[in-house]
Design a protein. Sequence first.
Length: 194
Amino acid sequence: MIELGYRRADGSAVGLVNGMPYHFTEESPYWPQVAGDVDGLSLQEAVLVNGNVVGFIPEYVNGVLQTDPGIYATPPPTSADVNVERARREQAGCTVIDPVAGQIPLDGNERSMRNLQGLAFAASLRLGQGDTTTVTVFRDAQNNNHSLVPAQVVSLWSQGAAYISALYAASWAIKSLDPIPADYADDSRWPAYE
């Protein structure tokens, strides 16, 4: 059983199929059955806050159009929002500079960081034993191999760790603002990728 609810600004519709919420688009197998009725539906857009529907624009309550913009005000960003942005940037990684190898993009995922830590630890042990020439092949985020001597490996790790520390410092600075600014995710508030 199909029930249409409302039309969206993009021309699609939202309703129910067998009692379950459904988004009707031109690609939908139900579109031929509902296409003729979509234009007659009232236009509404769902208002999402943290992935949850909190209302619709425009919204009708007891047949009266609600026009109070405060109903749809987005809540101010929270520390958790800033943490999510920091984690996103951490996962994206960064590009570090080696005087010999040039730019080396680093993955920010946990496995890659753990691998780089292990390589840096081994390189530090080599340096501590006076070994400055053993070559380690490091595969970067773009799948390019770099042949690096111990000092280069340690430098690679140090620059990556410094970037992560800078991300944390930026997030702490943003979270210390009261209120947290709406543009907390703007690049100008965070350390550069390179």
